[in-house]
Write a protein that binds this ligand. Sequence first.
Ligand code: ADP
Length: 784
Amino acid sequence: MEFQNALLHSIIHFGPIGVLIVNREGKILFSNPKADRLFDYTAEEMLNLTMVDLIPERFRENHAALHTQFLNSPKYKNMSFGREVLALKKSGEEIGLEIGLSPYTENDQDYTICYIQESSYQLIVDKELTDSEKFLEQIAQSVPNIIYLYDLKERKNVYVNREIAHTLGYDSDDIRKMGSNVIATLVHPEDLPKVIDTMQQLLTLQKGHTIDIQYRMRHKKGYYVDLLDRVTPFSKNEEGETIQTLGIVQDISERVIYEKKILYEEEKFRIFFENSLDPLLLFKKKEGIIDCSLSTIAILGANSKAEIIGKMPSDFSPEFQEPGVRSQDKAMLIARFLSTNQSSYRFEWVQKKMNGDLFTVITRINRLTIQDEEVFLISWNDISDQKQYEQELMDAKLIAEAASGAKSEFLATISHEIRTPMNGVIGMTSLLESSSLNKEQKEMVQVIKSSGESLLNLINEILDFSKIEAGQVELESREFNLRILLGELENAFKPIAKGKSLTLNFVVNPEIPERLMGDPNRLSQVLKNLLSNALKFTSVGSISLNVEFQKRKLESETQDWEIIFRVKDTGIGISESKKNSIFKPFYQADSSITRTYGGTGLGLAISKRLVELMKGIIGFESKESQGSHFYFLVPFQVVPSVVNTNSLKAKEELGFTFIPEIVNNILLVEDNTINQLVAKKIFQKIGYEIDIADNGAIALEMLTSKPYLLIFMDIQMPVLDGIETTRQIRLNSKIDQPYIIAVTANAMKGDKEKYLETGMDSYLSKPFTLSDIQRELSLWKQKL
Ligand code: ADP
């Protein structure tokens, strides 16, 4: 018996099972060392407790009832081992236990003996849940976010779902064990202040409100994970203070990495943009300038970006680009051109600084999109120094010119003196060509003719340019047929292209109306320049002329059409370094080119001036050795259709109709004998015999005896010039008034008006050709 007692004692004291003995009221009367250890109390402390102290608060209510039931009901007696419960340690931490109970009665007193062993906390928690709780728990466990309940008072997690293991590597047991240290251990030290601050705010935050907070937490493996936590008060005490908070946490590490990458890229491009030496601006139509580089601030003389952003490019332009050319009009044209036809455009532009000073730049505009929105990138290449230099040269040139005599007089003389004999040479050669000649003579005549033509061409270019520069060129505005003009050009250039084995293609948008108002000769001159350059600088491949349009506005009667001409070639192209200069007079990309290709270097300078006089814009794109693309846009008025048919009829009549009533009624007033001869021959060729007067005085004399119907009147003549003669004819009521056509070699701006004012009916420039005369005759006939 003694041995059995000793055995029992050692089993109870040293065995792996905890043992408690409690009375009916639940007071602990005995606990063995294992039980003490499980609950973390000393043996003395244990004896001061009742069972309720070892049970988590939420189960206490039920416990007393259950215990009484156990003691009273035989069914519960000797409850075998295996019931799993949650219990409370001294620290307040919950543990899972497996317990078995057996009743024991002595001296009418009921006792309960309790056998205790550790069990899995989580499993027990799971078992404790009711069905709907299980359902909710399942949801909570399967969402890919961390969901937690946090006790603000106790500063520890009350609940956390399994996702935490996935995100941070810890399981909910680990978190539970960390108790009130979770935040201090896991949150990144730099983020700790804001997390604590948020907890402070949550204390008084109303239910239903949330706070978003971003912080980093350390993963079990040591690295940090970026988290976005949306927290809300979950339960409150009577004073309205938050007790528990509910948080839903998203792992945003990938997003943060991506955002950092984007920020880096942004920063990189900002550095590029801001530090560019050439001023750069970004512009949106509605918002104005949206950004600019530091060099832009400097060149405009602004103090900060803020002074530039939101402004329109027009705020930095003077009213006029050059006399008569409003910045606004030119800018509108460029903008429209860019928005439909071209993704980039380069042009010279005068800019205005904040203080009103002007400077000149080569502007390049690129049309781009940022997130589907149209944005323009503008870059400026400051050429003020170059301009200054050019101006100084110009000034010097003007001084030199002033010293050597009046420029325009000199031009007029040259024009007259050179073109008159050239007129003789060319006129006579073309007549000679059509007479009967042997083969050798024919060849010789052709050489004379083509040399004469290129000499005339050269003279014309030089004169033309000087006149344009002197502001003495005025454009015609008359009706013409674009198709016919283009057809003539095609016919003229086809043989040249064929001779060089190049293909030449003209493509005209069929919607473009035939009849336009404008200056056909100047338009043709520009096209000829571009086409002959294309042919000149291309040895293999093709040349094309494309004619497109952009419709501008519909008005009641007339329409304004902006027509775009593009000349493309596959030739030598233009190097980057020369691109800013080719529109300058006398400029040739490579001076050795002069010898290889010939030319004056005036063609493009003239073309640019002419296009601008036509209120258009011109530009080009080119890559060295890959070809060039020159384009220009010019607005034209379309002739309304009524006039259209009439003029077509006129055109039919134009043919080479012979007009018998004037056969012997034409007078030419001309002092130069060569010109007299040429004219006489030309008229004879088409069946008219003309009379000639050497000067105006003789002409007046002749008019008294013969009623001439048509007079071709030279302007500069000795004794009595063309203007005075005409005036006298018009004043003389005794004679039948003839139709007078002014003929001149040196038309200056305003001359035409002067002639018409003095009573002339039309105007013709020397050297004139058969078709010029035919046109004049049919004009005259129309007016009868
Ligand atoms: P040029 O009489 O020399 O042709 P332009 O003013 O017409 O004078 O042209 C100036 C320069 O521009 C030319 O000398 C040439 O270097 C360059 N250029 C013009 N058009 C072309 C083109 N289609 N291809 C290559 N270079 C060209």
